[in-house]
Structure formats: structure tokens, C-alpha cells
Design a protein around this ligand. Structure first.
Ligand code: DC
Length: 229
């Protein structure tokens, strides 16, 4: 698929920040697939649905209108997320969604319910798509696959700077542990686990600035005439 750039990697590796900038530079659409799993999780929690019932969760997805669009409000959000006509862009970032989203995303029925939504997005326009399984499952034929990583400590530091800039060492430890727990679940699930596709290019962002990472990906995309320019 000459129009898709896949960016996969663990939580808080910088996929959204980098992906949006790459899409801007190439004039393509940015889509964060994690928001679909987050919206489904938020809806399930709101309805008091147990997160261990895959078929029931898939039914919720099938009967819920989930929309992810570019941010329409300048309040710091990275995207608009609407569930059944309600703006839940901030709710889907809450800690209770963080705690349950990996369990929801591990169900094969849930993943199956969201495959076509993701493919349809990139069929409409050239897209930079971020997630965990974009290069391995959703678009194995993507023209560029990036696997973005950073050490757990660096990812926890970035996540904390974003969400609680004043927080101390105790909060750092809690964020670090929550990230590692989520990564472990995402890596060990049976269906579409988080892993680098054999033909993906791994970029360790620990010692790189956002600009350097973006420019590296844009150069790779241009060299392959990939991503819609
Ligand atoms: O990217 P994120 O942290 O917002 O993603 C939230 C969760 O959704 C993540 O822990 C695993 C799941 N997810 C997934 O399983 N597959 C994707 N393509 C994207 C996210």
C-alpha cells in the first residue's frame, strides 16, 4: 500500500507527536489507532461491561458510533474522539481507561471489530497510522514501517512531563510501572501482539530530538515516494 506509513511501538514512545509532524510534512492524514481501543474501553466502562468478555465488547463496538478526527479545539488535545455523539477526547485519556485498555485490546473479537475501520481510513487518503500492529496486521504491505522505541524510564519521563509536569519521584514510579504493565500485556497477547515487523526500521528515540526523528522518517518516506507526497 503506497499510501500508508505504519508507526508502531510501545506506549509513550512518541508515536503521536512524531506521527502528526510526519503527516504534516508529507501532506497526509494522521490516524492514531489507540484512540479506537480507548473509545471502546471508555464505552464499555461507562456501560459497566466487564472487560473480560470479548464477544460482548465486540458487540458494543458494532453498535457504537466511534469517530476520530483531527483536533477541532485548541485545548491541548491531539485529536477529537466522539462516542455516540459525545465528545470524549479527554475522557479516553483518563487513568481508568489506561488501566483497562490493554485487556480490552487483547480480545480477538475486539480486534476483528476494528480492523475494517482502520483499513477504510487509509483507503480514503494517504495516511500515517500509529498503533501496535499496523505494520504486522493492519497494513503488512505499508510502504514504510517504523518501530519507534525508547527506554521505559525515558517514556515515563515524557508521559509525566505531558500529564503532570509538577509531579515527583513517587508519581514517576507509578507511571513507569503502569507503562511497563501495559507493554507486557500488549507484547504477550496471542492476537496481533506488539512486535517489530521484520521489514520495519527501528528508531530508538532516547537520544534523539523530536525534530531528528521526524526528519529521519520524512527522508525515508521521500526516498520511497511513500506517504502521499
Ligand atoms: O497508543 P495508546 O497508548 O493510546 O494505545 C492504547 C492501547 O490500545 C494500548 O495499550 C494497546 C491498544 N492498541 C492496540 O492493541 N493496537 C493498536 N493498533 C493500538 C493500540
Amino acid at each position: 500500500m503506497a499510501r500508508v506509513i505504519a508507526i508502531d511501538g510501545p506506549a509513550a514512545a512518541g508515536k503521536s507527536t512524531v506521527g502528526r509532524r510526519v503527516a504534516e510534512e508529507l501532506g497526509s492524514f494522521y490516524f492514531d489507532t489507540g484512540l479506537l481501543y480507548r473509545a471502546a474501553t471508555w464505552q464499555a466502562l461507562r456501560q459497566g461491561m466487564p472487560v473480560d468478555d470479548g464477544p460482548a465488547l465486540a458487540k458494543i463496538i458494532d453498535t457504537t458510533a466511534i469517530e476520530v478526527r483531527p483536533a477541532s479545539v485548541g485545548d491541548g488535545r491531539l485529536a477529537d474522539v466522539w462516542v455516540d455523539g459525545q465528545d470524549v477526547s479527554w475522557q479516553v485519556r483518563r487513568p481508568e481507561v489506561d488501566r483497562h485498555v490493554s485487556a480490552v485490546a487483547a480480545h480477538p473479537e475486539v480486534r476483528a471489530a476494528l480492523v475494517e475501520v482502520q483499513r477504510a481510513v487509509a483507503h480514503r487518503q494517504p495516511t500515517v497510522m500509529a498503533g501496535r500492529d499496523i505494520g504486522t496486521v493492519i497494513f503488512p504491505e505499508a510502504c514504510l514501517k517504523i518501530f519507534l522505541t525508547a527506554s521505559p524510564e525515558e517514556r515515563a519521563r515524557r508521559r509525566l512531563a505531558e500529564t503532570q509536569p509538577e509531579a515527583g519521584a513517587e508519581a514517576f514510579q507509578a507511571v513507569l510501572e503502569a507503562l511497563q504493565a501495559r507493554d507486557e500485556l500488549d507484547r504477550s497477547r496471542e492476537v496481533a501482539p506488539l512486535r517489530k515487523a521484520p521489514d520495519a526500521i527501528e528508531i530508538d528515540t532516547d537520544r534523539l530530538s523530536i525534530d531528528e526523528v521526524v526528519q529521519r522518517i520524512v527522508a525515508l518516506a521521500r526516498a520511497r515516494a511513500c506517504g502521499g507526497q
